[in-house]
Structure formats: structure tokens, C-alpha cells
Ligand binder design. Structure first.
Ligand code: ATP
Ligand code: MG
Length: 425
């Protein structure tokens, strides 16, 4: 029996790769426009890194991580998100010493042991962005504007929801009143929420259970509990978004599944993704760098799910399956000697920047022409024993069927360049 991929682990086939490449290229272009530089970090980290940053009592750390003991008895984890690793690298290499504000992005796979469904995998990919070194609310607006611009340039629409989670000064009082509210409704809420109200109370606010949603509809709002500083910060974020004409909605129920967030949090939602409506999410994490042993630097970031972007692109007709590879020129050779000459010609074309293909199996002309059609070749260079003897080559333009005979001089290199120029490649 043949071996299949693991559940929740997906192959990205060649015909799908074009959409992925487009998303990545657009993202890089926009991130660079905003002054972000790429950083590549390992997939495997010490388990402690995620426990310390994401939080012990979160779904991710409690039940979703791919953790194992390696051959030296060390507990290691396949990264479930990018921020912790990027900050670890940031601190380890002292990147803050080089620049006042550091803007970093990373693109790659993440791993979470969740129940696989549409838009939810166990290995998925994120575009992950971090801006460190400023707590200015304009930076929050700038980062959200960048996320929104990426969606726009991909031809997608999503709605932006924002909230503030307060800071260590004001959040405890809010938590208390939320816990009191939850405890008074123990009979109405799900077992998970009963447990959460002890371990991670904010999470009761985004419980998906209908009963809980009803029960928490009248729950106290974090926005009524913000301290003066957090209130001013949030107002300035709104002002920044307004200045850039970025539409948004304030959602006081939005909390995030990771403990490290403070103040601004946001999500980009699409109505076209079904249950998995979040295309991207992020927020401030002003205490995290210090918590990981680094300097006291504020920061903000977000991550977008690439599989969900691909789904949206496909739904919008932007992600039609595309041929994995097409060529400009197909070299069709007949016979051993023409095969040899064609092989040299093939390489010469490629050296001149032409996408070229050729068959090595000595197939019939008919089957070579068929292959040229499959590869959507614009030109076929026909090389038979007769042509070779005469020092000629037939160039067939596939769109018009027009054929021209051209002389094939000894110096194929120069000739290829001329041909490439003549046929506008
Ligand atoms: P969700 O509410 O969908 O579980 P999350 O809050 O766990 O999302 P984050 O950890 O903030 O998500 O990750 C940011 C983005 O990464 C999400 O908005 C989503 O697009 C994507 N994402 C998260 N988990 C998965 C997954 N298991 N499969 C595919 N994409 C995912
Ligand atoms: Mg999740």
C-alpha cells in the first residue's frame, strides 16, 4: 500500500503554486514598501519559548503544539506561530541596537494539532509581521493599513475589526468584573467557559458556543475599563485609521488566543470563508520582548493565513489552476544527429533567457508537436535530418501556423540571440 500524507498536512501541487507565488510576491513588495525586512527563523524551537510567550493556559500551548523530546532529552516544539521565534532571534542578535524601530517579516509553515477542516490545517503557512520599538498609535494604524493594502492588491476584500485589551494597569480590574459576571452564570455557560473563567477569563468572550454567546452578550466591556493612557491610545489608533481612510469596526468582544497581547488587537474577517472567517489577526505586545529576556521594547504585529488567502483568491477567480510550466520555444528534433544539434540549441536558448523545452525520447514529430501544444509553446523550432544537412531550421509560430526557414550558422550562440530577438522573446 502506498504511503499517504498525514491528516491536516497538504501538498501544494504545481498548478496551485502560481497563486502562492503571487501572494508571496505581492506581500514582499508591500512589506518592503513599508520598510520591513525579511528574517528567516528555525521551525523547531525550545518548547519553553512558546510556553513563556503564548501562555501556558492557551489552547495553543495546552493542546495544539507539536512537541516532542529530541534524542538528547530536550523538549522541542514545531513553531505554532512566528512572533515568538522572531522575537527570540531579535533579542539573541541584539537587533534593536542597530535601528530604533525594527520592522521584520517572515513567511513560512506553522504547526498546530487542530481538527482539520476547510481553511484549518495542521501545517499551514503564515505571512508574519513584527514592528518593534515604538508604542506610538500611528504605528498601529500603519501596520493595519499595510495588512489592508495587501488584501486590496490581491483583489480581495475583508473587514477590519479592532479592540483594545488594555494594559497590566487596567486589565486586572476588567478581568475581575468579567469573572464575577461569568461565575454568576455558571449554569448557563459551557464547561470550557467555566474552566476558562479561572484560567484565561478573556477567552470566554469569543467562545463559539451559542449559549455562551447569549450569556455573555451583556458582559462588561473592556472598553469601559481602559485606563486613561489606554483610552487615549485607542482613540489615537482610531484617528490614525481615519486619517488613512481605512474602514474598521470596533468589536469589544474580540480577544486573541495568545496571552501576550496588550492594547490594540485586530482581525481581518471575510464573509466568504465559512466558519474560518479570520484571514489575519494581530495586535500589540508591549511587554513581550522583556518577558522573553530582552530589552523593554514595545511591539505590534500580525499574521495572515496563506491557505485562507489562497481560498479567497480561488473563489474570486484569481486563483485558477495554471499550467505549472509553459515555454517560449519547443525544440522538435527528428533523428539522432538532429537530436544532438537540438540539444545544444536548447541549452543555448536557455542561456539567452528563453524558456525552452525538448524531448529526449526520440518520439514522432506528431507527438512532439502535441507536447509543444501542452506546454503552450509560442514557437516550435523544427530540426530534421534534411534541415540539418542544409544548415537550416524551420521556425513555426504556433498562434498563426506561419513557418519560416532560417539559416543555422556554425555559431549557434549568436544565432540563438538573433532568433530570440527576432521573435521578440
Ligand atoms: P482561528 O480563530 O481561525 O483559530 P487564531 O486566532 O488561532 O485563528 P492566529 O494564531 O492569530 O489565529 O493566526 C493568524 C492567522 O493564521 C489566522 O487569522 C488564520 O488566517 C491563520 N491560521 C491560524 N490557524 C490556522 C490553521 N490551523 N490553519 C490555517 N490557517 C490558520
Ligand atoms: Mg486558532
Amino acid at each position: 500500500m502506498s504511503i499517504k500524507a498525514l491528516k491536516g498536512f497538504k501538498d501544494i501541487l504545481p498548478e496551485e503554486a502560481a497563486v502562492w507565488q503571487r501572494i508571496e510576491a505581492t506581500a514582499r513588495d508591500i512589506f518592503h514598501r513599508f520598510g520591513f525586512a525579511e528574517i528567516k527563523v528555525p521551525i523547531l524551537e525550545k518548547t519553553e519559548l512558546f510556553a513563556r510567550s503564548i501562555g501556558e493556559a492557551t489552547d495553543i500551548v495546552e493542546k495544539e503544539m507539536y512537541s516532542f523530546t529530541d534524542r538528547n532529552g530536550e523538549s522541542v516544539t514545531m513553531r505554532p506561530e512566528g512572533t515568538a521565534s522572531v522575537l527570540r532571534a531579535f533579542i539573541e542578535h541584539g537587533l534593536h541596537v542597530r535601528q530604533p524601530v525594527n520592522r521584520l517579516y517572515t513567511i513560512g509553515p506553522m504547526f498546530r494539532h487542530e481538527r482539520p477542516q476547510k481553511g484549518r490545517l495542521r501545517q499551514f503557512h503564515q505571512l508574519s509581521v513584527e514592528a518593534l520599538g515604538s508604542e506610538h498609535p500611528r504605528l498601529d494604524a500603519e501596520v493595519m493599513a499595510m495588512a489592508a493594502l495587501l488584501l486590496t492588491e490581491l483583489g480581495l476584500t475583508a473587514s477590519l475589526e479592532i479592540n483594545s485589551l488594555g494594559c497590566p494597569a487596567c486589565r486586572p480590574a476588567f478581568k475581575e468584573s468579567l469573572v464575577a459576571y461569568a461565575k454568576a452564570r455558571v449554569g448557563e455557560i459551557c464547561d470550557d467557559c467555566v474552566r476558562r473563567s479561572d484560567t484565561n477569563p478573556l477567552r470566554v468572550l469569543d467562545c463559539k458556543n451559542e449559549q455562551c454567546r447569549i450569556a455573555f452578550r451583556e458582559a462588561p466591556s473592556i472598553l469601559d475599563h481602559l485606563c486613561a493612557d489606554c483610552r487615549a491610545h485607542f482613540a489615537a489608533v482610531e484617528e490614525g485609521l481615519g486619517a488613512l481612510a481605512i474602514p474598521y469596526r470596533v468589536n469589544p468582544f474580540m480577544v486573541r488566543g495568545l496571552d501576550y497581547y496588550s492594547r490594540t488587537t485586530f482581525e481581518l474577517l471575510s464573509g466568504e470563508l465559512g466558519a474560518q472567517s479570520a484571514v489575519g489577526a494581530g495586535g500589540r505586545y508591549d511587554g513581550l520582548v522583556a518577558q522573553l529576556g530582552g530589552p523593554a521594547l514595545p511591539g505590534i504585529g500580525f499574521a495572515m493565513g496563506m491557505e485562507r488567502l489562497v481560498l479567497l483568491m480561488q473563489q474570486a477567480g484569481e486563483g485558477q489552476a495554471q499550467l505549472a510550466s509553459t515555454v517560449d520555444v519547443y525544440v522538435a528534433a527528428l533523428g539522432e544527429a538532429a537530436g544532438k544539434a537540438g540539444f545544444r540549441l536548447l541549452h543555448e536558448l536557455r542561456r539567452k533567457g528563453v524558456r525552452a523545452a525538448m524531448d529526449h525520447e526520440g518520439r514522432s514529430l506528431k507527438s512532439q508537436m502535441k507536447q509543444a501544444g501542452r506546454l503552450q509553446a509560442r514557437y516550435v523550432f523544427l530540426l530534421g535530418e534534411e534541415e540539418l544537412k542544409r544548415g537550416e531550421l524551420v521556425v513555426k509560430e504556433m498562434a498563426t501556423g506561419e513557418q519560416t526557414t532560417v539559416a543555422l550558422p556554425g555559431n549557434t550562440g549568436a544565432w540563438c540571440e538573433t532568433v530570440a530577438g527576432k521573435i521578440g522573446l
